[in-house]
Design a protein around this ligand. Structure first.
Ligand code: GDP
Ligand code: MG
Length: 151
């Protein structure tokens, strides 16, 4: 179980529905550390790059339009097994298959409006973090701030 970083994004429907707080709470409550966060409206080109692996899918155009429909809350969370555990906290891609207690299982019904994104592998997490954030935007908890609550 590696101490990892994962890219988590609250999609436009999640931001519009006031779910930034509840979604952040789930990662905080579980014990993950917030390393970076910004509310951002990326370009179409940026979103096409983010979802490049899905460019051949019939829903690709609609997916990019959905992601362009409003601001996105982009975040990096750090902790043990953050990528896999982050996906568990999110739930299945199709909310109808997401277990209650997961974000998608509690807040969504449609696969095309599934509220949040999470990296699916350590390799993709690295790529996504680099796409959405510059190195200077990423906090270094381990090296400078590890024990701040305890002085
Ligand atoms: P994720 O990693 O769980 O987000 O799922 P994928 O990487 O496979 O797909 C990316 C996003 O595309 C999903 O979160 C959905 O918003 C959307 N998506 C995936 N499959 C479908 C589909 O069959 N129909 C529609 N409309 N959207 C889909
Ligand atoms: Mg994915």
């Amino acid at each position: 179980m590696a101490d990892e970083q994962t890219f988590i994004a609250i999609k436009p429907d999640g931001v519009q529905r006031g779910l930034i707080g509840p979604i952040i709470s789930r990662f905080e409550n579980r014990g993950f550390k917030l390393v970076a966060m910004k509310l951002t409206s990326p370009t179409q080109e940026h979103l096409e790059k983010h979802y490049a692996d899905l460019a051949g899918k019939p829903f690709f155009k609609g997916l990019v339009a959905y992601m362009l429909s409003g601001p996105i809350c982009a975040m990096v969370w750090e902790g043990k097994d953050a990528v896999k555990t982050g996906r568990t906290i999110l739930g299945a891609t199709n909310p109808l298959a997401s277990a209650p207690g997961t974000i998608r299982g509690d807040y969504a019904l449609d696969v095309g409006r599934n509220v949040c994104h999470g990296s699916d592998s350590v390799e993709n997490a690295k790529k996504e973090i680099n796409l959405w954030f510059t190195a200077s935007e990423l906090l270094k908890w381990k090296h400078s701030q590890a024990n701040w609550v305890f002085e």
